[in-house]
Write a protein that binds this ligand. Structure first.
Ligand SMILES: Nc1ncnc2c1ncn2[C@@H]1O[C@H](COP(=O)(O)OP(=O)(O)OP(=O)(O)O)[C@@H](O)[C@H]1O
Ligand SMILES: [Mg+2]
Length: 254
């Protein structure tokens, strides 16, 4: 197994947080953690990224126990909801930053790698633009390029599309999926948007009140919810699946 969370736990003062999470992820999978506000999605992601210390349990990645490693020593990169870009730097400098300070590259080494990833996210024409002058969708692509350029074993994304308007959000989610398939990168994506999760994921981990309630393919979860919570949480539009298990059509309920 590529990534394994074993009895991972982080409880806050009111006994909320993440209770005891077990999750196994294959290499190259697109996993979504889905659940209502406060169910423990960000807490889980922050333990994975090393920004939050687990009370108990283990994180095993590619045969290595990374539970106690600080964020910068984990082969994991995070795209935050806010993107956390440097507004005073231009696009190229933002992408170079991670390569220089996390991967230890010289400026000369970092520039061609950064340019390659800016090409992948279709931002070659914006290399010299200050990040503060970009649109939300462009900033999101810079954040993606910056995270992917460091060649992480896992890319974590915490609601990266939530700052975008509805049509751009849909476009970016399709781009994200295409990019993930093309590069074969293992992604763990957090959202509370059911349709987004059903559309984009290989498998979805549904959480409720700090616990994993179902972990399966979108189609299986939609068609065979394990309990009332999942059934009601996914009560949305009518969905149609293709033979290869991808979401084909959303029939909007009036
Ligand atoms: N630093 C903290 N101190 C105390 N309680 C916290 C802290 N961070 C989170 N919590 C609580 O832990 C629970 C899980 O929080 P978490 O941020 O993981 O939820 P989430 O699923 O990401 O929600 P959202 O969809 O709103 O982002 C919530 O009840 C929250 O109030
Ligand atoms: Mg959150």
């Amino acid at each position: 197994m590529f990534l394994e969370l074993v009895n991972l736990k982080k409880l806050y003062d009111k006994n909320n947080g993440v209770k005891s999470l077990n999750l196994s992820v294959d290499k190259g999978e697109f996993i979504t953690i889905l659940g209502p506000s406060g169910c423990g999605k960000t807490t889980t992601l922050n333990m994975l990224g090393g920004f939050l210390k687990a009370d108990d349990g283990q994180i095993l990645l590619d045969g290595e126990d990374i539970t106690k490693l600080p964020p910068e020593e984990r082969p994991i990169s995070t795209v935050f909801q806010s993107y956390a870009l440097f507004p005073h730097m231009n696009v190229l400098q933002n992408v170079c930053y991670g390569l220089r300070f996390l991967c230890g590259m010289s400026k000369k080494e970092a520039i061609p790698v950064a340019k390659e990833y800016l090409k992948i996210v279709d931002l070659s024409d914006y290399e010299n633009t200050r990040v503060g002058n970009l649109s939300g969708g462009q900033q999101q692509r810079v954040a993606l390029a910056r995270s992917m350029a460091t060649n992480p074993k896992i890319l974590l994304l915490d609601e990266p599309l939530s700052n975008l308007d509805a049509s751009l959000r849909l476009k970016m989610r399709q781009e994200l999926k295409t990019l993930q398939r093309k590069l074969g990168i293992t992604m763990i994506f957090v959202t509370h948007d059911q349709e987004e999760a059903l559309d984009i994921s290989d498998r979805i981990a549904i959480m409720e009140k700090g616990e994993l309630v179902q972990f399966d393919t979108p189609e299986n979860i939609y068609k065979n919810p394990v309990n009332k919570f999942v059934r009601e949480f996914l009560k949305l539009d009518e969905l149609v699946w293709g033979e290869d298990g991808t979401l084909m059509k959303v029939i909007k309920k009036m």
